[in-house]
Structures are given as structure tokens and as C-alpha cells.
Design a binder for this molecule. Structure first.
Ligand code: PLP
Length: 404
């Protein structure tokens, strides 16, 4: 073999190795609410009100904090059985079989792995717009066509439009309550989607915010062995975003496809201890749901009485009408040490607001009123169909553009 052939074979091998490494690296570039919020964030100043990442200001409950402290001395061991104990606690509460649940450090990973497992250049990824963006980032890695459909007039996922737009669908992503709007997609709509979807496709139902709402979970559809994967996280009502625990709940053959990407890496045992203690807490969900709803309602009352419009939400976040490019308002609020966001390009004059503590929401109100009084309103071109008379909180015309 000539020297240049040896060189070119070596280079080709090196190139193939490098590109395999690059592909693997891309496959594990997982987007999370934290990374998405951080893309827009500036450095926080002391005393900042941070309501831009759907975090829970309460943090873990007391029982979870104690469980973390009690578990810490055992931190030198992997203690795999704690994952089994956690799964046992959850499945007994929900009437599921243990093999239907897989625990992860948060639900971002199973979201990402579901997209990699069920989409490809031939199998598209179907989602709502505005909707949670992490899955779209994963779909770029799998090379899938990304199909975005507007929400309905009641801000639910438009199941009919999703089906019509993607006869080649590999995965339908339904986030309910939706991030960022905090609006529900009815259980019956998800059943319709399952009944009419293309053969072999899967429905991924993200229930990250379900505990804040009166929405009905679709865990019954998992129990019925349908083609559905449900995601749950401890980052929202349980206040454990920084502790990291989440789940994928599905038929074992669907979970096995996710495990092709995730393997069997050990969970942090402090996260398992805190999550198990949180599940066993009798009033945590009901107390925090009530508190969030009260602060949210007070915020809505204040907005309504000051002439501002918003999309009514059942979650710990909502979309607020800024009546001008929302970026301007976000920047002006940041200058007042109140961090809000993000923006979804399809609604450029709206920004997402997370429900913080009552005190944080009062600081937000003061800053928002000052910012809105200082700025001039500009008007934006809307889709051509006529505005309806349904009131400021509903779509003008079902064209995915809230009435200003
Ligand atoms: N799904 C939705 C809709 C979210 O908003 C988030 C985070 O904000 C996640 C999943 C993932 O959260 P985590 O990885 O913290 O569990």
C-alpha cells in the first residue's frame, strides 16, 4: 500500500471516528427549561425577582429536605434499590405495574430520548405552537421534519390539525397544561388522537404541570397499553428542579426504546429520597395547588383591573400581552430587577410569566405598571381574518394570535 493510501485510510478512519463522536455529542445535547431560560437571561442582581423559568419558589417540602439530609451520609454508595422503592411508592399510588415506570434525573431526558426513539428523517415530530421547545431541539438531532400547529380558540392542542399536517408522524407531543400558555388539552382529545394517529406513531403526553390544574391525567391510557408515553417531573409542584427527578410512564416495550439512549445510569440517591418523601406527603399537592391558584387569581385580578390582557391559565405560568415587542418589556423589567420571559416568536407581543410568591408578584405588578406607562403602544399586523368579539382573552380568529 502506498504512503498516501495509508494516510487517506487513516484520515478517513479518523474522520469517521470524529463524526461518530460529534453525532453522539449532538444526540446528548439536551435542552431544558433552565437552558432555554438561560439563553435570554442576564446576570441576576441581589434581590432580583426571577419569574422566567417556571421554577417553584417554595423549593422542596420539609419532609423532602429532611430525607435529603438523612440520605446524605450514604452518598458514597449507588444504592440502586432506592429507585425501586421510589417506583413502588408511585405505582402503588397510581395503580400501575412497576415495569411501566422508569425514573430519570428530571423529565428533560425522557422527553429528548422519546423524540430520538420515535422520530427520524422519515417520521416527523408534531407539536403545538406556542409549545415547549425542547422536543424540537431533539427533533433537529434526529433529522425529523418538525410540524408546528396553532392552538385552538380555547388554547388546546388542535388534534385535528396535528393529524392532518403529519400523515408521516412518528411522535405527537402534547403538553397539558401547555408550556407556555398553561392551558389544557382534554383527555377526550388525546383519546381521539390515539384512535386516529398513523400506525406505529406514539403520543408523548407531558404532564409536567398537571398537578397545578384540574386536568385529567392520561395514565389510564398507559394502563390500557395504548401507544402513549407520559412524562412527569418533580421540578414543578414538588419544587425540586435543582434536585432532579422525573419519570417516563409507558408500556415496557416503549420504555425499552428510550433505554437504548439512556442506559442504566444511577440516580442521585438524595433525589430519590426527596421524591419518595414528597409522594408520601399527604397534602403537598393540594396545598401548593391551592396556593398557586390563589396567587395566580390575584395576579389576574390585578391585571384585569389595570386594563392588561392575558391568557387564562391553569398552571404556574401564563402568557401576558405586552402590546409591543415583548423583548422591550422583558429588558425594561430586567432593568428593574424583575426577570420575566420567555418569548415565543409566533406571539411576539406576549411574554410568559411564572407565578412566584405573592410578594414577588406584587413587585412584578409595580414594575410592569411602571414599564407599561413609560412605553408607547405600537400596533402589529395580524393575520387577515376578522377579529371576533369574544373578548380580549381569546383568540381573535383561531389563527394562533390572541386578541390584543
Ligand atoms: N416538560 C416541560 C413542559 C417543562 O416545562 C419542563 C421544564 O420546565 C420539563 C419538561 C423538564 O423539566 P425537568 O427536566 O426539570 O424535569
Amino acid at each position: 500500500m502506498k504512503a498516501n493510501e495509508i494516510l487517506s485510510n487513516g484520515s478517513r478512519r479518523a474522520f469517521l471516528q470524529l463524526s461518530a463522536v460529534a453525532t453522539a455529542a449532538a444526540a446528548f445535547r439536551i435542552a431544558t427549561e433552565a437552558s432555554l431560560a438561560a439563553e435570554d437571561r442576564k446576570v441576576f442582581h441581589p434581590g432580583a425577582v426571577v419569574i422566567d423559568a417556571n421554577e417553584n419558589p417554595l423549593g422542596p417540602c420539609d419532609a423532602a429536605r429532611k430525607a435529603i439530609v438523612d440520605m446524605a451520609p450514604q452518598g458514597g454508595r449507588y444504592s440502586y434499590w432506592l429507585a425501586e422503592e421510589f417506583v413502588k411508592t408511585f405505582t402503588e399510588m397510581e395503580g400501575l405495574k412497576p415495569e411501566y415506570v422508569r425514573v430519570f434525573p428530571g423529565s428533560s431526558e425522557p422527553l429528548h430520548f422519546s423524540v430520538l426513539a420515535f422520530t427520524s428523517p422519515a417520521k416527523s415530530y408534531v407539536t403545538a405552537d406556542p409549545g415547549y421547545e425542547a422536543g424540537m431541539k431533539a427533533a433537529k438531532i434526529s433529522g425529523a421534519r418538525i410540524v408546528k400547529t396553532p392552538l385552538t380558540k380555547t388554547y388546546a392542542h388542535d388534534i385535528k390539525a396535528m393529524l392532518a399536517a403529519a400523515p408521516d408522524a412518528g411522535l405527537f407531543y402534547v403538553c397539558t397544561p401547555n408550556n407556555p400558555t398553561g392551558t389544557l388539552t382534554p383527555h377526550s382529545d388525546i383519546e381521539q388522537l390515539l384512535a386516529a394517529k398513523p400506525k406505529g406513531s406514539v403520543v408523548l403526553v407531558d404532564e409536567a404541570y398537571i398537578h397545578f390544574s384540574d386536568g385529567v391525567s392520561v395514565l389510564d391510557l398507559v394502563k390500557a397499553d395504548r401507544d402513549v408515553v407520559v412524562l412527569r417531573t418533580f421540578s414543578k409542584i414538588y419544587g425540586m428542579a435543582g434536585i432532579r427527578c422525573g419519570m417516563a410512564i409507558a408500556r415496557p416495550d416503549l420504555l425499552a426504546k428510550l433505554e437504548n439512549f439512556s442506559g442504566w445510569s444511577a440516580m442521585p440517591i438524595t433525589a430519590l429520597a426527596a421524591a419518595t418523601a414528597s409522594l408520601k406527603h399527604e397534602h403537598l399537592v393540594s396545598d401548593r395547588k391551592k396556593l398557586n391558584a390563589e396567587i395566580r387569581q390575584k395576579t389576574f385580578d390585578w391585571l384585569g383591573s389595570h386594563g392588561y390582557s392575558y391568557v387564562p391559565s391553569q398552571s404556574n405560568c401564563f402568557m401576558l400581552d405586552t402590546k409591543r415587542p415583548a423583548k422591550e418589556v422583558i429588558d425594561a423589567m430586567a432593568a428593574r430587577n424583575v426577570y420575566i420571559g420567555r418569548i415565543w416568536p409566533v406571539w411576539p407581543t406576549y411574554t410568559r410569566i411564572t407565578i412566584g410568591t405573592q410578594q414577588e408578584m406584587e413587585t412584578f405588578q409595580e414594575a410592569f405598571d411602571a414599564v407599561m406607562s413609560n412605553a408607547k403602544t405600537v400596533s402589529f399586523a395580524r393575520p387577515s381574518s376578522p377579529a371576533s368579539s369574544r373578548g380580549s382573552r381569546f383568540y381573535a380568529d383561531g389563527q394562533n394570535w390572541p386578541n390584543a
